[in-house]
Design a protein around this ligand. Structure first.
Ligand code: NAD
Ligand code: UD1
Length: 339
């Protein structure tokens, strides 16, 4: 029984990771305060996997409660997804982001020390790199985030580095995600953003399903092949799998690692839209608008370290990501609550 605490396990990446953990013989124990998710998502994971799934409504900043849960389930590792993730929102209310992301992780690590749980997988982001000095980004690229959300991710990375150097924890995997999209192929779970989506893929999918009239393309005058922004989109199931591989690596080879998780390929906004139209059979009307403040023209990952250290490489392509996003969106036009 390899019990793993999954914070933020009811969220987009967390639910997909619970499915992969269960498939590989781990027992996830979820902690979530449901600030950006709903218990219905966990019911879907139970239904999809036909497994029990223990979950607690709790905040990672509640050190005593998390300690108690870690001890009760004798967890050997923690996968830490819980946090706030909207860049624009982080500019408007930075203290909330530092509280959830930095103080939250500090509290969680303190609980792990108290409970004697020694393995930690952290959700970091490509946003820690900031304006590219070169592409693709390698893990040794300068770290220079340009917004409070990115600063909180970098702050946690630094806290982890210091903790490892102190000998307080040895098994730490910092995973820098590029742009996860898509959904489980069943269409049972997927991303369910509250309100107007900030990110491209959920917006495109909501246009295709008729919830929104058109996509606003943020700029078509970038120095990219078609003038629109370029990103490294990866399938959320590939991303979820990497977390299991990180736990398996701890068994094999204890230590601290930092890896990029992306496909190594850049895709423009227009390429993504046309791939989505092909997968869904729906037209996605677009309007060209001004650039979004703070956006970077293009970035993508060098994922070779993930392959070398974890044996991970992305298996799904853009057509798969669009197909599975559409399965989720078309079967759940209003997300989990109103499905
Ligand atoms: P999400 O919002 O769907 O999931 C996060 C979950 O954490 C939610 O269920 C939320 O209710 C919960 N949560 C938030 N604050 C909490 C707290 N204080 N205590 C307990 N639970 C709390 O987001 P996601 O897309 O699944 O992202 C997971 C992690 O990956 C986040 O840390 C995010 O910053 C990081 N990340 C995401 C992306 C992306 O594009 N989705 C990219 C890079 C990094
Ligand atoms: C955003 C975050 C980043 C985070 C990442 C994954 C910002 C500034 N950055 O990055 O920190 O790590 O999500 O969660 O929010 N686009 C449109 N129209 C839209 C939405 C997006 O044209 O309605 C374009 C963007 O300009 C960009 C591309 O689509 O070129 C992807 O945007 P998005 O999905 O928001 O991801 P990032 O910009 O990479």
């Amino acid at each position: 029984m390899k019990q793993v605490l999954v914070t933020g396990g009811a969220g987009y990446i967390g639910t997909h990771t619970c499915v992969e953990l269960l498939a590989r013989g781990y027992t996830p124990v979820v902690v979530d305060n449901f600030v950006n998710s709903s218990p219905a998502a966990l019911d879907r994971v139970r239904r999809l996997t036909n497994h029990e799934l223990r979950s607690y409504e709790a905040d990672v900043r509640d050190t005593a409660r998390i300690t108690e849960i870690l001890k009760k389930h004798d967890c050997e590792a923690v996968i830490h997804f819980a946090g706030l993730k909207a860049v624009g929102d982080s500019v408007a209310r930075p203290l909330d982001y530092y509280s959830a992301n930095v103080i939250g992780t500090h509290s969680l690590l303190s609980a792990m020390m108290e409970a004697g749980t020694g393995r930690f997988v952290f959700s970091s982001s490509a946003t820690v790199y900031g304006e590219p000095e070169f592409l693709p980004y390698t893990e040794s690229h300068r770290l220079s985030p340009t917004n409070p959300y990115g600063q909180t991710k970098l702050s946690v990375e630094l806290m982890l580095k210091d903790l490892v150097e102190s000998g307080g924890m040895t098994d730490v995997a910092i995973l820098r995600y590029f742009n996860p999209i898509g959904a489980h192929a069943s269409g049972e779970i997927g991303e369910d953003p509250h309100g107007v989506p900030n990110n491209l893929m959920p917006f495109v999918a909501q246009v295709a399903v008729g919830r929104r009239p058109a996509l606003n393309v943020f700029g078509n005058d970038y120095d990219t092949p078609d003038g629109t922004g370029v990103r490294d989109y990866l399938h959320v199931v590939d991303l979820a799998r990497a977390h299991v591989l990180a736990l398996e690596r701890f068994e094999r080879e204890p230590g601290a690692i930092t890896v990029n998780l992306g496909t190594g390929h850049g895709t423009s906004v227009l390429e993504l839209v046309s791939a989505f139209e092909a997968a869904s059979g729906r037209k996605v009307p677009i309007n060209f608008g001004p650039r979004r403040c703070g956006d970077i023209a293009a970035f993508w990952a060098d994922p070779s370290q993930a392959e070398a250290l974890l044996g991970w490489r992305a298996e799904y392509g853009l057509a798969d990501m669009c197909r599975d996003q559409w399965a989720w969106q078309s079967q759940n036009p209003n997300g989990f609550e109103l499905a």
